[in-house]
Design a binder for this molecule. Sequence first.
Ligand code: DC
Length: 239
Amino acid sequence: MGRGHRAPLLTVIIAIDGPAGAGKSTVARQVAASLGYTYLDTGAMYRSVAWKAISASVDLAVEQALEDIARQLNIRFTALTSDGKQQVFADDEEVTDAIRTPEVSELTSRISAFPAVRRVVVEQQRRMGQMAGKGVVLEGRDIGTVVFPNAHLKIFLTASPEERARRRFDELQSRGLAADFAQTLAEQIARDSRDTYRPDSPLVAADDAVQLSTDGLSIPQVVTHILGLHKQCTAAQHD
Ligand code: DC
């Protein structure tokens, strides 16, 4: 399927894009839980490919080898629990925590720049999105621009780099991982730059996305705002 995948969608699609640490994950999970929609963490899919590449000792510079891994890997998510938790399985191995280490984050940022890897993973995301029943919230970097350019609602979440790094630092600490704030910020700036300047599917807001800065806003405020936008756009479709 090419970029111009614009057939009418039966499933309501909400795209939530933005840089790491903008609050996408927590917001997307809560929006999905409130609406009874499926939640699709597309970053976890790229992370699972990176995790598999490390565990299979694949040469990380060989695009074809990474594409083969992406194609063969069976990535599965459990349903979101009411408190927003979800497990990730790669080839039947539970990788929920293993894909969140700094090593996997770093490698994911590199391998997700390979067009061949993206092609395979995007196809899987479209399939999973379309099979999601009444609605799905997809969280990522290119959902509104590439994966579902005809999504019903597109949100681009941002926050200042320092605020995002602070959230990431707190998250690493709460998981008992050694973290240094300056290093967390430097790594995040490097990943943002790779995501933003890669030629294939760079991190950019779709022209028709609603841009929301989460600086100084609580998660419930952001979720309430998005639920209001969802209500408006589904009401408009029934007019
Ligand atoms: O959202 P995240 O931090 O789990 O994403 C991990 C990496 O995957 C990040 O470097 C960006 C990349 N990614 C992407 O290129 N496209 C997506 N749709 C989702 C994530």
